[in-house]
Design a protein around this ligand. Sequence first.
Ligand code: GLN
Length: 292
Amino acid sequence: MFLRDFLKEGSARLESLYPAPEAMNIMLMLCQERIGTSRYTHIVEPGYSVAEEALGQLTADLDMLSSGEPVQYVLGYSEFCGLRFKVGPGVLIPRPETEILCQEAIKACGGARDIRILDLCTGSGCIAWTMALKVPGATVVGVDLSDEAHSIATSQDFSKELEESGAKAPVFVKADVLDDPSSFGDSLFDLILSNPPYIKESEKAFMRTNVLDHEPSLALFVPDEDPLLFYRAIARWSGMLLAPGGTGITEINELLGVETRDLFSRQGFAEVSIIKDFYDKDRFVRYSGIAL
Ligand code: GLN
């Protein structure tokens, strides 16, 4: 079968789930990963045929994609901050806006190396690993209560990057941020980061089925009656574990910017501010250690 026909038929199948350019993009990603073609192979080599032995795998992949399975789960990886992360249905697929959180966090390190970083609700570990690799010398701890998240986060393979940068791999701890951080004793962190669940149940009506039916609800949703429960928990953990002069940065629901900022101010944190995302939406709250 010609590659151009496979791409055309495949993207037509996906068009009931995705806008046409996104459907084609998914097909191109699939072929790039499975058979090593480039985004232009079907254009510059119209006679390029997909090898018979590759078709079985590609067809099975396409069946999964047309049932709404996100392409990152089908391929088993997702790009984040220029790094390739293993992902699977037990963890959220890293979102581009979360890269802003890492950029802000790297800025907050101000070039310091020997820095202690805590990432709450770490999921795939994308924030924890990015910080560990981009701030070599940092000691990074990632916390999540999910077994699946724990096994994915600990199995990320950045051995080459670790060796090149001399960075230390993050340590992943299983714990529920809704409980007290008692197991951390009196350890303190210079930076506390988090992308907790923040979408209200009632917002499900506006979400796409590929997210709703395939990504873990545990990582996404909070009850309508208490949408800030994770921020109260993050504030509690930060109150106990943020070093004097330390900074917290947390991703937030764009509809609850002011409420989330006020929650951190009320808890006594200093310099609490909102950071916007690429769409000019309230997306992060930054706070510093408890005001003395
Ligand atoms: N930003 C993610 C989404 O739109 C949600 C991430 C989260 O709940 N932490 O799906």
